[in-house]
Ligand binder design. Structure first.
Ligand SMILES: Nc1ncnc2c1ncn2[C@@H]1O[C@H](COP(=O)(O)OP(=O)(O)OP(=O)(O)O)[C@@H](O)[C@H]1O
Ligand SMILES: [Mg+2]
Length: 244
């Protein structure tokens, strides 16, 4: 007979890359007041690919900016890699982002004077990290996976849009951040480059255990994700997991 006092097995713990509680964000005041986020609760498990969808103006970028520590919520809290962002001053936040967060933007945001390789190395260089062997090996592995080996000496203007976005992905992955945020990463790409970039993000989750959160308009893009979150008017209206 089991005793009522026998210890319960521990609940399975899911490592969270990031979470948000009661997140609100307003812009402007009086006549120009906009409630971009109206109370968002969200857990982003580590090692998964999450797509954030919803119509234009629903708050997707605002949510991503608050989760990434690029913008301060009006109320509520965000935790990334086990640390609460609330109360961090600008310098601390900047360092925190540099050490724990990777970004991929719609507009690639590569530095035009630098080669592909220099662009990929830049954030770790700014962080003052030595190019020790393990980091160089990771660089080689990422560059090879992303098919950039032959393009490392090229400047952004000498690369196609898809290649530029692959350089931006390599740059985001190199430091093995707790989480990579991608806002419409395929917004400037044709359909075949888009499919390629999405497969590579998918692959970084599956093979490198990377956590990726992607904002997208495109239903097709969301099919690459494990989890889909739908926003409407600043609230989450749907959460679903990919079928398999
Ligand atoms: N800096 C800002 N100042 C004022 N209002 C803002 C600001 N940023 C966003 N907003 C407003 O907040 C709401 C949500 O904007 P957000 O950019 O998060 O939408 P989105 O879902 O990313 O849209 P899109 O798909 O068009 O990129 C919109 O009504 C927008 O006009
Ligand atoms: Mg947006």
């Amino acid at each position: 007979m089991t005793s009522l006092t026998s210890p319960q097995p521990p609940a399975p713990t899911v490592a969270l890359a990031a979470s948000a509680r009661g997140l609100m964000k307003s812009f402007g005041r009086d006549d120009t007041l906009v409630h971009a986020l109206r109370g968002v609760d969200l857990d982003l498990p580590a090692g998964r690919f999450t797509a954030i969808m919803g119509p234009s103006g629903s708050g997707k970028s605002t949510l991503m900016h608050c989760l990434a520590g690029l913008d301060q919520p009006t109320a509520g809290g965000v935790t990334v890699a086990g640390q609460a962002l609330e109360g961090m001053d600008d310098d601390t936040l900047t360092r925190f982002r540099r050490d724990h967060v990777g970004f991929v933007f719609q507009a690639f945001n590569l530095l035009p004077m630098l080669s592909a390789a220099q662009n990929i190395w830049l954030p770790t260089e700014l962080a003052g990290r030595d190019r020790e062997r393990s980091l160089r090996e990771r660089f080689d592995g990422i560059v090879e996976t992303l098919g950039l080996t032959e393009r490392l000496t090229h400047r952004p203007a000498e690369l196609s849009g898809g290649q530029q976005q692959r350089v931006a992905i390599a740059r985001a992955l190199l430091s093995a951040p707790a989480i990579v945020f991608a806002d419409e990463p395929t917004g400037n790409l044709d359909s075949s480059s888009s499919a390629e970039v999405l497969s590579l993000l998918r692959q970084s989750v599956r093979e490198l255990g990377q956590t990726v959160v992607m904002v997208t308009h495109e239903t097709e893009a969301a099919t690459y994700a494990d989890d889909v979150i739908v926003l409407a008017d600043g609230r989450i209206t749907e959460r679903r997991q990919a079928a398999a």
